[in-house]
Design a protein around this ligand. Structure first.
Ligand SMILES: C[S@@+](CC[C@H](N)C(=O)[O-])C[C@H]1O[C@@H](n2cnc3c(N)ncnc32)[C@H](O)[C@@H]1O
Ligand code: SF4
Ligand code: SF4
Length: 322
């Protein structure tokens, strides 16, 4: 396909340091966060820089969700590269995922060298780790004082409905875009090819009618419907991952989406390979080959059925205008 058409890139970098200790954190195993180390080895930092440079020098427009295993605002190295990306003319926006605790301190420093107008923040509230009002105040600082596109997010588990309800109420009071994500069980092996058990992967599915619950809590039910389909049975559904979207793992491995990365299906190559050339699929829609467990929004929003949920002009790979 033409090398000039826009591309969405979801890259999860090997930055690990985090100042929080959420018991349900998805960063486990080889992809675990750390209380002490930012980069497992100096090479990890070098690889991160190489991959960011590759993204920032594409000959076409890229929209980037720059994820990490830990807390990006705990890492000056990470922020320096993210800031560099915001200044690249080919980069439409850079989206970071954060717990919001360090924004007030770090954003003023970042403002000296980054284009914060191109910075998008996906801020998740972690109960017990930060005061709710401090979380919202920091989000407002990012939005109002630094002009970042800001979304506040909360995770829905079987036992935290009341918390999610008050979160949504406060987000409205603070005038912030909010999102309700389904929390999942990070310990469940996701590379299984056996029959799906979505209520194990996403605990709330086993306890309640999740659509009614999300509706009651003011979340986006259309988004939840797509999420449930992708989780339970995406196989055969038309999806554009691999055409206008790629996933890059901490090791530089490139796949159409993160689920294919887990399944090692349709590997595209490795950015760290000096001979790497990105070959994208010509056809826009291709039937999904995964049996189940497409559980990340960055991925399943590439389904044709989700197309209308994520407008092209929104600077986020996760925001669906709930
Ligand atoms: C590992 S975190 C790293 C970024 C940052 N520390 C944070 O928490 O936002 C990446 C994303 O995973 C999400 N996450 C963490 N644990 C989760 C879980 N059990 N279920 C669903 N999402 C989860 C976070 O909300 C965040 O959006
Ligand atoms: S803040 Fe993010 S990376 Fe840190 S423990 Fe919580 S979910 Fe994990
Ligand atoms: S539906 Fe999910 S698993 Fe299937 S190709 Fe699309 S993003 Fe990948």
């Amino acid at each position: 396909m033409s090398d000039t058409s826009p591309l969405r890139v979801w890259y999860v970098a090997g930055q690990r340091l985090c100042n929080f200790d959420c018991p349900y954190c998805v960063s486990v195993g080889d992809w675990s966060k750390s209380r002490r180390t930012n980069w497992k080895t100096p090479q990890d930092l070098e690889d991160f820089r190489t991959i960011v440079r590759w993204i920032g020098t594409r000959p076409h427009e890229v929209s980037v969700r720059l994820g990490s295993l830990g807390e990006p605002f705990a890492s000056p190295d990470f922020l320096e590269e993210a800031g560099w990306l915001t200044r690249r003319s080919n980069v439409k926006f850079v989206e970071l995922l954060s717990n919001a605790s360090l924004l007030e301190r770090r954003l003023p420093r970042m403002a000296d060298s980054a284009n914060l107008g191109k910075l998008s923040l996906w801020l998740t509230y972690h109960d017990g780790e930060i005061d709710l009002d401090r979380f919202f105040r920091n989000a407002r600082v990012a939005q109002d004082d630094f002009g970042c596109f800001t979304v506040v997010n909360v995770l829905l588990f079987p036992d935290n409905g009341a918390l999610v309800e008050s979160f949504v109420e406060r987000a409205r009071e603070y005038g912030l875009r909010y999102n309700v994500d389904l929390g999942y069980d990070p310990e469940l092996p996701s590379d299984s090819l056996e029959a799906p058990a979505p209520e194990h992967a996403v605990p709330i599915l086993g306890t309640t009618d999740v659509l009614r619950r999300v509706e009651h809590l003011g979340g986006d039910t259309e988004l939840t419907k797509v999420a449930l389909t992708a989780l339970r049975a995406p196989r055969g559904l038309p999806c554009s991952a691999g055409h206008d979207h790629i996933f890059i793992g901490i090791d530089g491995e490139v796949y159409p989406c993160s689920r294919y990365h887990v399944l090692e299906h349709q590997r595209i190559g490795n950015v760290l390979d000096p001979d790497f050339q990105l070959e994208r699929r010509e056809r826009r829609w291709s039937p999904c080959a995964a049996e189940h467990s497409c559980c990340n929004k960055e991925d399943f929003l590439n389904l044709s059925s989700a197309r209308r949920l994520r407008p092209d002009d929104v600077p986020s790979l996760g925001w669906t205008d709930a």
